[in-house]
Ligand binder design. Sequence first.
Ligand code: NDP
Length: 296
Amino acid sequence: MRIGFAGLGAIGTPMAARCAAVHQLAVWNRTAERATEFAKATPGSRQAISPRDLAEGADAIITCLPTSAQVEALLEGPDGLLAGMTQGSILVDCTSGDAATSRRIAERLATLGIAFVDAPLSGGPPLAIQGKLTVMCGGSPADVERATQVVAPFAAKVVRMGPVGAGHAMKAANNALLAANILTLAEALVTLAKAGIAPRDAVDVLNASSGRSFVSEVLIPDRVLSGTWPRLFRMALLEKDIGIFHDLAGEVGVADPVLGFSREQCRALRAALGESADYLDPIRVAEQAAGVELRG
Ligand code: NDP
C-alpha cells in the first residue's frame, strides 16, 4: 500500500517507522525538520512537502495529531489533504479525538467518495515500537476492515466499536479511567509513605490485592519507584481526553461526578505544570506536597 502519515509526535514516530517497514510511506509533520530527520533515518520513506503532497497517490492517509480540530484543519485549502486525496482512498485518524468533529469530517469526505475511520490507540510509544498497540475503531464494518489492513504494522488488536465516533468514545473513557487512577493512586501511595510504609512494599501488596491496576502494576514500578520518569505522553493530552469523556457524558445525559472531579483536577494540573509535562508528573506533585518520594 502507499501510505501517507501525518504527525510525527511521541507515538506517531514509532507508528510511522513500523509502516515504513511494510508499505511505501510518505511522512508530513508541521515542524518539517522532524519529517526530514525521519525520512533520512528510515529506508522506504520520503518526506512530503505539504499535506496535499502527502495525499497525492496515497491509498490511505494516517493522521496522529493532538486533537480532531487539528485533523479537520489539515483537510482544506490548496495544500490541504483533500487537494491530494483521491476517490476510493481512506483516512484513518489515529488521533485521540472527539466524535462530533469526526462525524463532520466523515460527512465531508463521503461527498468526495473517501472513507473515514476514527482509530485511536492504546499502548504508548514502547508498544508502538513493538507493533502491539490496541486500536479502537469507529466506522462502517467495511471501512473498519480496510483500516485494519492500514494499521496492521503497529496494531496487535483492532476492534470495531460502532459507527464513526465510537472509537473516540471508547478511547476517552479509557483515558478518563487512566487519569483518575493516576490521581487516586498518587494519593494512596503518598499517604502510605507518610504513614511509614515503604513504597515498594505498598506497591507489591497492592499488586497482589484488589486495588491493583495497570498504573500500579506497570507504570509505578517502571517509572516512579525506579525514578526514571521517561516522558512518553503529555499531561495536556490526558487532560484533553478526560475532557472529551466529560463532554460525552454530558451529551448522553449521564452524570459523572467522580470522573468530572478528576477532570477538574487534571485541568488545574495542566495549567500548573504546562503543556510539556508528562502524565505521571501529577505523582511528583503529590510527592512534593506531602514531602515524600515514592522510590525503592
Ligand atoms: P505529541 O505532542 O508528541 O505530537 C503531536 C504531533 O502533532 C506532532 O507531530 C506535532 O507536530 C503535531 N501537531 C500538533 N499540532 C498540530 C497542528 N495544529 N497541525 C498539524 N500538526 C500538529 O503527541 P503524541 O504523539 O503523544 O500524541 C498524538 C495523538 O495520539 C494524541 O491525540 C494523543 O492523545 C494520542 N495518543 C498518544 C499516546 C502516547 O503515549 N504518546 C498514547 C495513545 C494515544 P510538531 O512536531 O510540529 O509539534
